[in-house]
Design a protein around this ligand. Structure first.
Ligand code: PLP
Length: 400
């Protein structure tokens, strides 16, 4: 997982016991409700990857996202893999992937033997640059490539520009697979994240907006696609008393116990989003007077505010994102760079890309700040005081 937060630290912080320990970026937010749901599931005897919590969790998430149905799996990566298979991506296809994303988006393409082609982002949001993606689509077609899908990512909990993307994909007859791993609970024009493509993929990893410790889900209106994904996720086992298999499948189903955890988290989702929004608003206020420092996507009031990212133009403010990161690290406060773009990853050396430099700029000038809903008041006070102190020392003289 991209952000390894200690479970013990997180549990302590959730209970407000450890204001002096490390402040993590996005620790799991687990409390008594999760405990009661999990214990009830354990006592019910449904401890396998089948059971009433699994069904209920799928139903509840589909309802929340506004899709016909959902299939719960054991990671967001597995959901992406099955989603791509579901829209017919095959070996040798190319798939358009934003260069600014977590590696899972590109890996899911590679699992199929398809090839990710990377496209740059809008510098204001970090989301896919729609004009550039349309241009890339034309170029790939002109090269004679079969474009199996386009996979916009809802970066840091803000939806991509679907108002523009959806008609482009429809006109070009290219399936849209929404990587909504970071965006459950967000929206775009009043429509929920996860519902924009033919199929969407959610993640419930430990650092995400809500967690099942590890897990994911496909959401879609295409019930045939979902039925096929459910089949493939259970080793493509045929309905027979013995073990019958016609094709290769995967062991991707989510445990019923973890689905119970997910149901409790879903009950609390809006509260957890509100908490993260408060943090983002406060960061925005802190940095507002500083020239050259901004909060990514701060104008998106439909974001779920998963992670708050500040962008630092050192020519204007006189300090770099790394300086703030070092100052906070000395005070045991975790920060992290923005995703390192896919086209800069050694594993993707030589991959085809269409770039403007926007993602690379965000990588070198951006910083992810503690954003978790489980952060306690004393921890938050510590973070804000540390930033205040930094700004007084660093920004004061250079802007005077
Ligand atoms: C977290 C994440 C995933 C993968 O989810 P896992 O549950 O960790 O497999 C995929 N895409 C993006 C953009 C993510 O942030």
């Amino acid at each position: 997982m991209p952000v390894p937060d200690g479970l013990v630290d997180a549990a302590d912080s959730a209970l407000g016991q450890d204001p002096s320990g490390t402040v993590h970026l996005s620790p799991p937010d687990i409390g008594p409700l999760e405990e009661s749901y999990l214990v009830a599931a354990l006592r019910s005897g449904w401890v396998a990857p089948v059971g009433p919590d699994l069904q209920a969790f799928e139903h509840d998430v589909a309802e929340r996202v506004g899709t016909e149905g959902a299939v719960a799996v054991n990671s967001g990566t597995a959901a992406l893999h099955l989603a791509l298979l579901g829209v017919g991506v095959g070996p040798g296809d190319v798939v358009i992937v934003p260069t600014l994303t977590f590696v899972a988006t590109a890996n899911a393409v590679r699992y199929i033997g398809a090839r990710p082609v990377f496209v740059d982002c809008d510098p204001r949001t970090g989301n896919v640059d729609v004009g550039l993606a349309a241009d890339l689509l034309r170029r790939l077609r002109a090269q004679g490539e079969r474009v199996g899908a386009i996979v916009p990512v809802d970066m840091f909990g803000s939806c991509a520009d679907y108002r523009s993307l959806v008609p482009i994909c429809a006109d070009a007859e290219v399936p849209l697979v929404e990587d909504a791993a970071e965006a459950l609970g967000a929206g775009h024009g009043g429509q929920p994240a996860g519902s924009f493509g033919r199929v969407g993929a959610l993640s419930f990893n430990g650092n995400k907006i809500m967690t099942t410790s590890g897990g994911g889900m496909l959401v879609s209106d295409d019930t045939a696609l979902l039925a096929r994904a459910r089949h493939l996720a259970t080793q493509a086992r045929e309905p027979a008393r013995h073990y019958e298999h016609r094709e290769m499948g995967y062991n991707y189903r989510l445990s019923n116990l973890l689905a119970a955890l997910g149901r409790a988290q879903l009950v609390r989702l809006d509260g957890m989003i509100a908490r993260r929004r408060q943090l983002r608003d406060h960061y925005a206020k802190l940095f507002a007077p500083v020239p050259g420092v901004g909060v990514l996507g701060v104008e998106d009031d439909e974001s779920n505010c998963w992670l708050t990212v500040v962008t630092v133009e050192h020519e204007q403010c006189g300090w770099r994102a790394d300086d703030l990161a070092a100052h906070l690290a000395e005070r045991d406060i975790e920060t992290r760079p923005v995703w390192k773009p896919m086209h800069l990853q050694p594993m993707n050396a030589g991959a085809q890309s269409l770039l403007t430099g926007a993602a690379e700029h965000l990588f070198t000038h951006g910083l992810t700040l503690p954003s978790g809903s489980a952060l306690t008041e004393p921890q938050i006070t510590r973070v804000f005081a540390a930033i205040d102190e930094f700004l007084r020392v660093r920004t004061g003289p250079s802007t005077a």
